[in-house]
Design a protein around this ligand. Structure first.
Ligand code: B12
Length: 211
């Protein structure tokens, strides 16, 4: 089977919400030595983009989105050990989570997979994380970066709270923000350190933040 067919299979597995197929094609990707990075971004994430568009157009509803997300998660679980192998030494510690009041975590999980693949030590606090939880953990772990995802316009302001809390405590921790409603302009406005529109760029941006 060609690389193109496998990437397409991963994309289709998410689009058709087929958990078994997602795992099967993730295994195939590993067998064929396809870069886990590529399998995630050009396969799984591409499928999830289709799902987002269908949801936005009200062609599908929340239960279908959750099923697609589950298919993606299963495939990520298969691919993740391979990502871990690719670079063992840590480039730095990143505390990541979805902001308070927000339970969207698919995009964040893609970002985590990519950051880990690039060699960062990533500590995932999950979803609905308060600014205090982010910052307490960053202090305890001496983390270089706090990365926070927000998927709703109503929860985006919680990224600002993180910046303010860091300033208040005078910590050297840098901030990296993302999520669908987040923009470069917004991050400048709230005095965040960096914005990235997607998981691939998140890796590059995190590397730049540390240099
Ligand atoms: C999946 C989904 C859900 C799932 C989440 C499942 C899960 N486990 O995560 C479920 C069904 C639970 C859900 C629930 C809700 N949802 Co919803 N959901 C979505 C949907 C369809 C897709 C999001 C997604 O996963 N996309 C795929 C991933 C791969 O993309 P992504 O998240 O954008 O992530 C990429 C980038 O943004 C970036 N990125 C993301 N995070 C980060 C972080 C950092 C640090 C960086 C650098 C980059 C980065 O990189 C990622 C990969 O490239 C969006 C529609 C959309 N267009 O976004 C609505 C959407 C986000 N949901 C919405 C709403 C309103 C809700 C609900 C309130 C619905 C309800 N009435 O119950 C609840 C929220 C409850 C809550 N308190 O959070 C709205 C938000 C509107 C707004 N702008 O405020 C949206 C936009 C739909 C819409 N058009 O109305 N949802």
């Amino acid at each position: 089977m060609s690389e193109k067919e496998i990437l397409n299979g991963l994309k289709e597995a998410v689009e058709t919400k087929d958990q078994e197929k997602a795992e099967e094609y993730a295994e195939k990707a590993i067998e064929q030595k396809i870069e886990p990075f590529k399998a995630i971004s050009e396969g799984l994430a591409a499928g999830m983009n289709t799902i987002s568009e269908q949801f936005d157009k009200a062609e599908i509803y929340l239960p279908q989105v959750t099923q697609a997300a589950d298919a993606m998660k299963s495939a990520l679980n298969v691919l993740k050990p391979k990502l871990d192998e690719s670079d063992k030494k840590s480039k730095g510690t990143i505390i990541i989570g979805t902001v308070e009041g927000d339970i969207h975590e698919i995009g964040k999980n893609v970002v985590i997979a990519m950051l880990e693949g690039a060699g960062f030590n990533v500590i995932d606090l999950g979803k609905d994380v308060t600014e205090k939880e982010f910052i307490n953990k960053a202090e305890a772990e001496n983390a270089e970066i706090i990365a926070a995802s927000a998927l709703m316009s109503t929860t985006k302001p919680n990224q600002k709270d993180i910046v303010q809390e860091i300033q208040k405590r005078e910590l050297p921790t840098k901030t990296l923000f993302g999520g669908a409603p987040v923009t470069e302009k917004w991050v400048e406005e709230i005095n965040g350190d960096a914005y990235a529109p997607n998981a691939a760029k998140a890796t590059e941006t995190a590397e730049n933040l540390l240099n």
